[in-house]
Design a protein around this ligand. Structure first.
Ligand SMILES: [Mg+2]
Length: 386
């Protein structure tokens, strides 16, 4: 059992409770405020008792729990804490795959001599995180990624669980398909309609019929339902994509405003690429309309990119050709994929003045935080729009 899945408990809400002790024991909801079109980003366990959960519209959360304290997110602060947590994880294994700001897989195969068994490593991580950040992290241990994540979910909050084979045989067959990693709400509904509610149901279902429900992922889900998962823990350099997205408080249709946001997203994603010393060969934009239809447009490039304005030009072009200009949007996203280590590719440092400007902006962001500096055109255009 060499795979650890580590996940901070109610991350944003716990940080707010830590920093504002008067909130301890109270339902806390971090995300959009009740009057807005926003959603719940994280909520404290006290709020979960009222049925509030992540990604729920804030309006609905307010309905369920009007006495909750609603707090807008302080992303800069959460990123700082996340860096502290990841620094702790890096003490215990070099093979770490970040899943999100507060969640990661560790492969501890090579770490037992130094730190002991997987369970001992998990305890060390939990102690360090609590001592150094004042926050709880849950850790699941299993033979593969799917089962380790399952163990964490079963053990939360402040959990530590090593999923033994005996437990697995007991738990897995009756696991609802909606709890299987990667099966989203819509797929789960489709499966339920076909009479598939649990992992055991899925395994008993005729394969050919299953394929019409799960498509090319059929074999993968059959494996997960049997407790198999051969995906390795991928460290940073093996990352598949880097992206950011924004859900708007109100639907947007103004083309200029959307272009501004694309520029903003391009700068954020390009900064993350450069920070990870990566170069991208595909740029994708994602647009979601008010009726929740999602559209993506991609362009694949001969030459890898990591510059703010190059990525912006591609994104802008994709947006203009998307057929969605002037249409209302509720979400806009930008991601870069087909990533390569920068040094594997021709070094293009300081090729032109844009690269130099990117470098200066990066240095400022590193020193003063990413909100400290933005491209002049962003600020200028924003003020022109208002
Ligand atoms: Mg978490």
């Amino acid at each position: 059992m060499n795979i650890l899945h580590c996940d901070m408990d109610a991350f944003y809400a716990s940080i707010e409770q830590r920093d504002h002790p008067e909130l301890i024991g109270r339902p806390v909801i971090v995300g959009g405020l009740p009057g807005s079109r926003g959603v719940v980003s994280t909520c404290s366990y006290e709020a979960r008792e009222y049925g509030v959960c992540s990604a729920m519209p804030s309006k609905q959360a307010y309905h369920l729990c009007p006495q909750a304290v609603f707090i807008p997110p302080h992303i800069e602060k959460y990123i700082r804490v996340s860096q502290e947590v990841f620094a702790i994880l890096h003490r215990y294994s070099p093979v770490i795959e970040a899943l999100s700001i507060d969640e990661a897989f560790l492969d501890v195969s090579g770490c037992h001599r130094l730190f002991g068994s997987s369970a001992q490593i998990a305890k060390l991580i939990k102690n360090d995180v609590l001592e150094e950040t004042g926050l709880f992290i849950s850790v699941g241990i299993a033979a593969n990624k799917f089962l380790a994540k399952l163990a964490t979910n079963l053990s939360k909050p402040n959990g530590l669980m090593e999923l033994s084979n005996d437990q697995l045989i007991e738990i897995l067959p009756s696991l609802p398909v909606s709890e299987i990693w990667g099966i989203g709400g819509k797929t789960a509904q489709r499966l339920n309609k076909a009479g598939i509610y649990t992992a055991a149901d899925l395994l008993e279902f005729p394969r050919v019929k299953l394929e019409s429900l799960l498509g090319s992922n059929t074999d993968f889900y059959i494996q997960l339902c049997s407790g198999q998962d051969s995906r390795p823990v991928l460290s940073r350099s093996d990352r598949k994509s880097i992206g950011n997205e924004i859900t708007f408080p109100i639907d947007l249709s103004d083309q200029k405003e959307i272009e501004q946001l694309l520029l903003d997203l391009s700068c954020q994603v390009a900064y993350r690429l450069r920070h990870a010393s990566l170069i991208a060969h595909t740029v994708t934009i994602k647009m979601r309309t008010p009726n929740f239809q999602t559209f993506t447009r991609s362009q694949t490039l001969q030459q890898g990119v990591d510059a703010d304005l190059t990525i912006y030009d591609i994104a802008l072009n994709l947006y203009h050709k998307s057929g969605l200009t002037g249409k209302h949007l509720r979400l806009l996203g930008l991601s870069c994929s087909r990533l390569l280590e920068r040094n594997l590719e021709q070094p293009a440092l300081f090729a032109d003045e844009n690269d130099i400007l990117d470098k200066i902006i990066d240095d400022m962001k590193d020193k003063f935080g990413s909100s400290a500096i933005k491209r002049g055109s962003l600020l200028h255009n924003k003020s022109r729009n208002r």
